[in-house]
Ligand binder design. Structure first.
Ligand SMILES: Nc1ncnc2c1ncn2[C@@H]1O[C@H](COP(=O)(O)OP(=O)(O)OP(=O)(O)O)[C@@H](O)[C@H]1O
Ligand SMILES: [Mg+2]
Length: 277
């Protein structure tokens, strides 16, 4: 556990809600509930501005794609949400706007339901698929439970559900190290799910996947939206088109555009800096 104190759970001005970028104003009462709310976020690395005044909101249950050229700041934004990087300015609020995640430790942010999947799978290679899910599930309940606690029937049911969802039910007894690359990625998503996150941040999930694995991943991510708020960073535009509803485009650390994929693809600024002619 990091030494960063938990100081943020104080009420904040609830009347000041940022308007989603480039969408028509919606009356306050008609707005769907938000899962996450990034407000005026800036990050400077040794004088270099990696993010400048990023404001964006995520509705509960939505699947948002985050796109943009290399170095646009996509991973840095995820790092700020999960507490890996401290912003120079700004805040990341959870739904009730009482909790500013930028004041909390990575561990506490994870406990509050923000799950992160990195590009390279980090499964326990020497353990079976089932054990990996088991460790993830127990890990969520604190360190004293991790080693010797027995699984409760409800936990077993949950693991079975997850294995079904990620398509690895028939591989439960296989050693994770022997799985194909795509299967390891799904297992890692399953391990995230075992920790019951409300928000899932997934960075470049299909890198190195076969076409069939990519299609299966699209199906999986679409299935997770609704029950979870999902943010996916990806460069493969065919994949983004297959999953995206709303897309946010970052460029040089700023939000360049935001809207439905069909609109984003036609946006001349996005075409110029990212999508090409
Ligand atoms: N720890 C760091 N120290 C210094 N500069 C950094 C650090 N992390 C990121 N940067 C810089 O910040 C900028 C944004 O990087 P980031 O990794 O967020 O981009 P990205 O949009 O995820 O790019 P990619 O599509 O290549 O993954 C880049 O110029 C990068 O070099
Ligand atoms: Mg990145």
């Amino acid at each position: 556990m990091s030494a960063i104190p938990v100081v943020s759970e104080v009420p904040i001005d609830t009347d000041h809600r940022p308007t989603p970028v480039s969408s028509a104003p919606i009356p306050e009462a008609a707005r769907p509930p938000l899962a996450l709310w990034v407000e005026g976020l800036s990050v400077t690395f040794d004088g270099f501005k990696a993010l400048t005044d990023i404001t964006l909101t995520l509705e509960k249950g939505e699947l948002r794609c985050l796109i943009g050229p290399n170095g646009a700041g996509k991973t840095t934004l995820m790092d700020c949400i999960t507490g890996k990087t401290r912003p120079t300015e700004g805040a990341v609020y959870l739904e009730n706007r009482l909790t500013d995640l930028t004041k909390l430790s990575e561990c506490r942010i994870a406990q509050l339901g923000i799950g992160r999947k990195f590009q390279r799978p980090t499964v326990f290679q020497g353990h079976t698929v089932y054990e990996n899910c088991e460790l993830a599930l127990k890990g969520n309940k604190g360190v004293f439970h991790t080693l010797f606690a027995r699984l409760k029937p409800a936990d077993r049911t949950r693991i079975d559900e997850i294995l079904e969802l990620i398509g690895l039910k028939d591989h439960a007894k296989r050693q994770a190290g022997l799985l194909a690359h795509g299967q390891k990625q799904w297992l890692e998503i399953g391990m995230l799910l075992a920790q019951s996150p409300t928000v899932l941040l997934i960075d470049e999930p299909i890198a190195g996947m076969t076409h069939a694995e990519t299609e299966r991943t699209a199906e999986l991510l679409r299935g997770l939206a609704g029950a979870h708020t999902v943010v996916v960073v990806e460069h493969d535009m065919e994949f983004v088109r297959s999953i995206a509803r709303r897309v946010t485009v970052l460029h040089q650390g700023k939000v360049l555009a935001e809207g439905p994929m069909a609109q984003i693809q036609k946006d001349p600024r996005v075409v110029e800096v990212y999508l090409g002619e």
